[in-house]
Design a protein around this ligand. Structure first.
Ligand code: MSP
Length: 636
């Protein structure tokens, strides 16, 4: 840990028009937990998060909803703020890239780089991916498509401004090599070094206003706005007071941790340090790239319909259980798997069984045997001392783990103490002693030992579950928690512990009930997708008879059919060529959508659509009618 006792941590700025999901929630909770830990260890901390608001996607989305882009962003950034409030995120500053001071920092930085000759104009020929807002060279493309998102790219030829990244490539390689923990974990560092083995292209940092107006204007050419990543990355210094508050900036910068997902490693570990170097600003201390949350071992995506929404989980299981699960389950740097079932298992085993039960047991026994009051014993037995020194030892273990940000191990260490207390109670069995005479003093010693130990492990669970741990501490008469050191001293110096009665901290979750409820919700959701009878009536389904069928040249999928619909003949182009020979189709009575707008397929007009059943793999079968029915008959 650095000796200045200051700590500055950031999350990425989330795209304002994204719907917050478990990935956003994870990075932000992670930052919050780390920040709270450092605070607990006496650091003066600063935690920055916010929203990324410029660029094509926002421009397009705001236009689609007929809103002024700024107003649109005002509404959407609140969605993130509200979620962070619900998740108990204690950030110090929420930055928006549309904030005035940020716009000034971006323009000022651009001007400085331009004047220094680090930004220069050039004609550019390249391939542009609109969704990614990025240029690619011919050789970057994969099958002629964007290598990142696999979508179509456009050939663009125009004047643009470029940032001389190539000039700083060797500096960056040296910096990464000389600062082994600049990019963590190590395998991500190696990934960056691998990337830097190829010569770096200069970065195109402008977009012509004619194509994109929603951005920060270049101070030296009003026909252009700034590339959204160049703008967004600078937030980390704007938020620290760069340019506007030197005193704050000197106290805050460099950032100790930029937390990012592995998807945005290059922008953070290559572009950003080079931008800072060119601006003559110190690089951040660490860039930490975490892995991805997979959903039932699959990538999360809107199209798969498996996006996990944090609010739903908070409502169901409570904010602290959600925070706990995310922190416990992901080992930093690697991907982790989310499933509601594993979350319930975790809550039940660690929180309901181990921690919650222990708390209840102690609480009940103190009321049953000691009238709610524990006194500091004058002496202790060996077994008590062993447990106390085991819990005290957390103080030696945790700082090292924190330095490596091994939060899942910190949790495990604290829970190991909790489990040892449970075991200790089994061994000392105060409930048995309570049946004997004159054992109150021994019972007091045991419950004192157990209480002090649970309190110490709770201190280290506080950053993860602030609400529940506060309740736990309150039940022992402790109202607030500052630094670890003060808390441990306070706990050790307690002459009396006055307990108040407590309800179950984490009630056990009945899996059956939850999944049954889920099913009900599913039915409800599906109900929302049902269509009305009027929607059905719009479809003109008719019986048709195939009178002619032939292949379409250059296509092995498409067949051109002439079908008789009553006294009319229609042409339908259908993608059934892989499943039927034209000859076998003649004379078949099929079902078609008769009122479909005509369209051209491979140059052939298609005036309807036939219906067919398709199995997931292979087999396709045309829908026919059961009895002999005249063509043109209506299907209702
Ligand atoms: N706006 C840029 C970042 C600019 S920072 C100067 C951006 N935004 S984003 O909305 O796409 O958020 C990206 C971050 O969300 C990831 O880096 C990661 O922190 C988090 N996650 C998004 N999906 C994720 C998972 N499935 N799992 C874990 N976190 C991921 O990129």
């Amino acid at each position: 840990m650095n000796s200045e006792k200051k700590f500055y941590i950031t999350t990425p700025l989330y795209y304002v028009n994204d719907k917050p999901h478990i990935g956003h929630a994870y990075t932000t909770i992670l930052a919050d937990v780390i920040n709270r830990f450092f605070k607990l260890f006496g650091y003066k901390t600063y935690f920055l998060t916010g929203t990324d608001e410029h660029g094509q996607k926002v421009q397009q989305a705001s236009a689609k909803s007929n809103k002024d882009p700024k107003k649109y962003c005002d509404e959407l950034s609140v969605v993130f703020k509200n979620l962070w409030e619900k998740l108990n995120i204690e950030y110090d500053y929420f930055i928006r890239t549309t904030d005035d001071d940020h716009v000034k920092v971006v323009q000022n930085s651009l001007m400085k780089l331009y004047e220094n000759g680090d930004i220069y104009p050039a004609d550019y020929d390249g391939w542009y991916c609109i969704p990614c807002e990025r240029f690619w060279t011919e050789k970057d493309l994969i099958d002629g498509k964007c290598p990142d998102c696999n979508r179509e790219v456009q050939k663009i030829s125009e004047k643009n401004y470029f940032f001389k990244m190539s000039k700083y490539q060797n500096w960056l390689i040296d910096h990464i090599k000389n600062t082994p923990d600049f990019v963590v974990p190590e395998f991500r560092k190696n990934e960056v070094l691998g990337f830097l083995r190829q010569p770096l292209n200069d970065l195109c940092i402008s977009r012509p206003k004619s194509r994109l107006s929603w951005g920060i204007p270049l101070p030296f050419d009003e026909n252009y706005v700034c590339y959204v990543w160049f703008d967004a990355l600078l937030n980390y210094i704007t938020g620290a007071g760069y340019l506007f508050n030197n005193e704050k900036f000197n106290l805050t910068w460099p950032a100790d941790y930029h937390l990012i997902g592995k998807d945005i490693l290059t922008t953070h570990a290559v572009y950003w340090p080079i931008m800072l170097k060119a601006l003559d600003v110190e690089p951040p201390r660490h860039i930490l790239a975490h892995g991805w949350w997979l959903i039932d071992n699959d990538k999360m995506s809107k199209s798969k319909g498996n996006v996990v929404k944090p609010l739903e989980l908070i409502d169901k299981y409570g904010v602290d259980a959600f925070r706990y699960f995310l922190m416990r389950e992901m080992s930093l740097g690697h991907d982790a798997n989310f499933s509601e079932e594993s979350m319930i298992d975790r809550i039940n085993s660690d929180l309901a069984n181990d921690l919650g039960n222990l708390l209840n047991r102690i609480n009940k026994m103190v009321f049953n045997y000691l009238d709610g009051l524990i006194k500091k014993p004058a002496s202790l037995e060996e077994i008590d001392k062993n447990l106390l020194s085991f819990s005290l030892n957390l103080l030696n273990k945790i700082p090292n783990l924190l330095e490596e940000l091994k939060l899942n191990i910190i949790i495990e260490e604290s829970l190991t103490v909790v489990r040892s207390i449970n075991k200790y109670l089994e061994q000392t069995a105060p409930w048995k002693l309570a049946k004997e005479k004159n054992q109150t003093e021994r019972i007091n010693q045991i419950l004192y030992t157990a209480s002090v130990s649970i309190l110490k492990s709770a201190v280290f669970l506080y950053p993860i579950m602030p609400e529940k741990i506060k309740i736990l501490l309150n039940s022992f008469g402790i109202s607030n928690i500052n630094s670890v050191k003060d808390s441990f001293t306070f706990i050790d110096n307690l002459e009396k512990i006055n307990l108040s009665k407590i309800d179950a901290l984490f009630p056990r979750i009945d899996k059956k009930e939850i999944f049954y409820e889920n099913k009900q919700e599913k039915v409800q959701e599906e109900d929302d997708n049902l269509i009305s009878i009027e929607d059905v009536a719009k479809l003109d389904l008719k019986v048709a008879k195939i009178i002619k069928a032939e292949k379409i040249k250059k296509s092995d999928k498409l067949l051109k059919l002439q079908v008789e619909v009553g006294n009319k003949t229609k042409q339908i182009v259908a993608g059934i060529g892989k499943y039927y020979n034209p000859d076998e189709l003649i004379g078949k009575t099929i079902v078609i959508v008769n009122n479909l707008k005509p369209a051209k397929l491979m140059g052939e007009i298609s005036e309807g659509m036939l219906l067919a059943a398709k199995e997931k793999k292979g087999n396709l079968s045309l829908l026919t009618v059961d009895k002999n029915v005249k063509s043109g008959s209506k299907i209702s």
